[in-house]
Design a binder for this molecule. Structure first.
Ligand code: FAD
Length: 499
């Protein structure tokens, strides 16, 4: 989407100061979180649909109190009070239940929201992202089937099932493929006319607070067009964010850019930095940390049925996807993981068998086909309670069991699929100062960024917001509530700054 057309301007000291106002908002990350926020900032405003009946009677009563006031302008704390569900975030539960009122009870009731496009409520913003719109969904293997039900992957006011129907495609066991999800998000951006705000192929390398004066003192090449924002920037007392990075031109060159912004939203997800084991030889070329490496190796015939086994490390869903893929291609697999097969913390022990038959099958393989007892599955060996000690240059790796017993295996390639971490290297101190426990790295499950639950503004840095897994919301259906909270907070700020 990023083209050579005139989308950036060079400012210099002689230009009119008012022409180079900082942008009100820069969103870093163009996955579902960034897309949903861009939709709300583009003037799409949700109201309670008159005559609709929400199954939660207390919420219904509250919604009826002010039907003419948009949800964005209402007190989100009041509306969300007392809601319960599968998220810890009250605003995530609120937006989810407004969009999908009875979904947790298996119902398909329509959303109780109606959307109005109010151009006077637009907040100028840019969405920067490495991939096409859709974020992590462009990196996840396309044939992978979502864990969530298909309808939970949809964004506001464009049902995923309607898009699927239009494409003449269907769900599998109520779930969708990653490829369909990625395409739907791209379609959403086009359909809602958001693409003018998106700068794809863009990587942010630094975000720093600077004094507003520095905007005018430095010649800069930037991605922002001259702003005719309704948002009134008050120059006197302001610090702003300087966002630096690079983007790839159509010719494949890298161009640097700088953008100044009053508010920055971190929506960079957690998929970019796979976890490393930290063992000797892990940087050798046959050791990989992404499932896509296996698909590529199969595609270019560098591995096949007759190859030495592929070593798959990890017992999460990505490792399971790798096993299924290898099994499908009849490629031999050695599967190493630290837990026991019956460990209640193992994801397979938490998933209902009926809904996830393929993961249940992997779990069965893990249980029935260990090195000690051969089972019915060809080309697969399960090594529970083992870990990797080292990878050798000769493609021999040393594994150790819980009793310290070591064994050497000759493999064709290794896939270390033990999770991933957010990459916040563009923030001072890797963003650690923003975390709940600011002595530990940010982690979506154990140590998310500390945000106000009703605005998603970082408690440690005013004007900086965090969304999605970074703020502890790990599922697409729940990242959208964070976007609602951020949009509501930014609109309130805008109202304090009337033009
Ligand atoms: C294998 C897998 C399966 C999943 N299955 C499900 C499921 O079934 N249901 C569900 O609800 N959720 C699922 N999830 C979680 C889901 O992907 C996330 O909750 C969701 O994508 C988060 O959206 P996001 O917009 O916050 O971040 P992301 O989708 O991760 O998007 C963030 C984007 O920001 C980009 N970015 C990062 N750093 C920079 C930078 N410095 N400069 C520019 N761009 C940057 C990234 O490249 C990425 O494209 C799954 C995740 C994975 C990895």
């Amino acid at each position: 989407m990023l083209s050579d057309r005139k989308m950036y301007s060079v400012s210099n000291k002689h230009q009119n100061r008012s022409e180079f106002k900082p942008l009100p908002v820069v969103i870093i990350g163009n996955g579902p979180s960034g897309i949903c926020l861009s939709y709300l900032l583009s003037g799409y405003v949700p109201y309670f649909k008159r005559d609709s009946l929400h199954p939660h009677s207390i919420l219904q009563r509250k919604l009826e109190e002010a039907p003419d006031v948009s949800i964005l302008d209402q007190d989100l704390e009041y509306l969300s009070e007392g809601l319960e569900g599968r998220s810890h975030s009250p605003v995530a539960l609120l937006f989810d239940t407004l969009l999908r009122p009875d979904t947790d009870f298996g119902g398909t009731a329509e959303s109780v929201l109606t959307w109005w496009h109010e151009t006077n409520r637009v907040i100028p913003h840019l969405v920067l992202g490495r991939n096409p719109p859709g974020g992590a969904w462009h990196s996840i293997e396309g044939s992978m089937i979502t864990l969530s039900r298909g309808e939970w992957m949809g964004l506001p006011d464009l049902q995923f099932k309607d898009w699927l129907r239009q494409k003449r495609r269907g769900l599998r066991n109520n779930r969708a493929t990653a490829e369909d999800i990625a395409q739907y998000y791209q379609h959403y951006v086009m359909k809602k006319g958001l693409q003018k705000n998106f700068r794809c192929g863009t990587v942010v390398t630094s975000v720093r607070k600077v004094s507003a004066e520095s905007i005018f003192n430095h010649a800069q090449k930037d991605l922002q067009e001259k702003s005719d924002s309704l948002w009134n920037f008050t120059e006197e007392n302001m610090e702003v964010f300087k966002v630096d990075g690079f983007f790839k031109t159509l010719k494949g060159d890298q161009e640097l850019f700088s953008i100044y912004a009053e508010n920055v939203v971190l929506a960079t997800g957690t998929y970019d930095s796979p976890t490393w084991l930290g063992v000797k030889g892990e940087n050798l070329s046959y050791v990989h940390h992404q499932l896509s490496a296996l698909e590529e190796a199969v595609k270019d015939n560098s591995i096949g049925i007759m190859s030495d086994p592929v070593l798959i490390v990890g017992a999460g869903l990505t490792a399971a996807d790798a096993i299924l893929f290898a099994h499908h291609c009849s490629i031999p697999v050695i599967h190493v993981f630290r837990r026991t097969v019956n460990d209640p913390g193992l994801i397979f022990n938490q998933l209902p068998k009926v809904m996830y038959p393929e993961y249940h099958k992997v779990h069965q393989m893990m249980k029935e086909q260990s090195a000690a007892c051969s089972g019915p599955y060809d080309c697969y060996v399960s090594l529970p309670e083992h870990h990797v000690l080292s990878f050798g240059k000769d493609k021999k790796c040393i594994l150790q069991d819980k009793n310290g017993y070591q064994k050497v295996y000759k493999i064709s390639m290794a896939l270390v699929l033990t999770g991933s971490n957010p990459n916040l290297s563009f923030l001072p101190n890797n963003g650690i100062d923003l975390a709940m426990d600011c002595d530990q790295p940010v982690n979506p499950k154990r140590n998310p960024i500390d945000v106000d639950p009703f605005t998603y503004e970082c408690t440690q840095e005013k004007g900086l917001y965090a969304l999605g897994p970074l703020a502890g919301d790990n599922f697409v259906r729940f990242v959208q509530g964070g976007a609602l909270a951020v949009a509501s907070s930014l609109l309130k700020k805008a109202n304090k700054n009337p033009p």
